[in-house]
Design a protein around this ligand. Structure first.
Ligand code: DGY
Length: 326
């Protein structure tokens, strides 16, 4: 009797080449329609499958994992895995694959673009022109931003993406400071030209602060009024990591009152946000729809790794990137 094929659930369709690969090997169910896949539907499907391909907005919590009686591998199409209950997965011996490295450059590029945008008020100008409000030309004080050279960038979280931002910033002539859970070895600090400072000093002295820590219970809402109050009035806050690291209510207050000069955000507490969101009403906020890794090349590489992680995990081979559950 032929061996029955394993079953895979994808909460969203991946690239055609990835779907073809998966179809060759497995019986696949792809969710279509409402995004994220409604929890009730996810709960009923997950009980039948050996593998799951999910996205950073899918909440793979205790209840889902309890129901996933046959599940052996979760492969997330993201570098972040804060949406997965790691302890429950570990207890059930479920392997978790993710997609770091391939999206480092794309995310670092976007971070620098957002920083420049906020400091030079590019999107703000674009909004003004499209709103029909560009009336006066080239005044000494019109739409002035700030110089980049000689200013200080504060990198909060000097992992892969934070380091890639530091490399990109060097030619701009900014002083590079950082704060991280673990201080880098001296030779790496030297290579990046980066100085380690305390979290408070990072917020006090930087002209642009960029967030690259992962979202954990320690970093939840860590950028709140206490830290925002420490920032210079002329300083900018950039976030391409996870929205919930910043307390949005406090950030809106800081932007509205002129406590800080601007913010450029690719991620939000609850996504997607609409035009009535408090941040969408701030003149001095640049907003992007969670596009850190969104380039054709990077998203394709993420798909390649996602399916390899899944296939290797199910075949008891070493995954390309697996989350260390210890
Ligand atoms: C990730 O991979 O976690 C990002 O948020 C997606 O761009």
């Amino acid at each position: 009797m032929a061996k029955s094929r394993m079953k895979i659930l994808l909460t969203r369709k991946l690239h055609e080449f990835a779907m073809t690969e998966l179809k060759k090997r497995y019986d696949i169910y792809v969710h279509s329609g409402e995004i994220p896949m409604p929890k009730g539907k996810l709960l009923s499907k997950i009980s039948q499958v050996d593998g799951l391909v999910c996205f950073p907005y899918d909440v793979i919590d205790e209840e889902i994992i309890e129901n996933a009686k046959k599940l052996k591998v979760i492969s997330t199409y993201s570098v972040g895995y804060d949406h997965i209950d790691l302890q429950k997965a570990k207890a059930r011996k479920i392997k978790i694959g993710y997609t770091p490295d391939v999206l480092t450059n794309a995310t670092a590029d976007l971070t620098v673009a957002l920083m420049l945008d906020s400091m030079r008020r590019i999107t703000e100008g674009d909004r003004m022109i499209r709103g029909g409000n560009w009336k006066v030309i080239f005044g000494p004080h019109d739409y002035v931003g700030t110089d980049i050279e000689g200013k200080t960038i504060g990198i909060f979280g000097m992992g892969r993406i934070g380091s890639a931002v530091a490399k990109r910033i060097t030619p701009f002539g900014m002083k590079i400071t950082y704060h991280s859970r673990h201080r880098l070895p001296k030779n790496q600090e030297k290579k990046l030209g980066a100085k380690f400072v305390s979290l408070d000093e990072l917020f006090e002295k930087s002209d642009a602060i960029t967030v690259h820590v992962p979202y954990t219970k320690e970093t939840r809402g860590i950028v709140d009024m206490r830290l925002l109050k420490k920032m210079k009035k002329t300083s900018h806050l950039i976030n391409t990591s996870r929205g919930k690291i910043i307390n949005e209510k406090d950030l809106i207050k800081a932007l509205r009152s002129g406590m800080i000069a601007g913010a450029a955000l690719d991620v939000f507490e609850k996504e997607p946000i609409g035009k009535n969101h408090g941040l969408a009403k701030m003149r001095n906020a640049v907003l992007a729809p969670h596009i850190g890794s969104s380039t054709t090349e990077t998203r394709k590489k993420m798909a390649e790794i996602t399916i390899k992680n899944l296939i290797y995990g199910l075949e008891q081979k070493k995954m390309i990137y697996s989350v260390n559950l210890d």
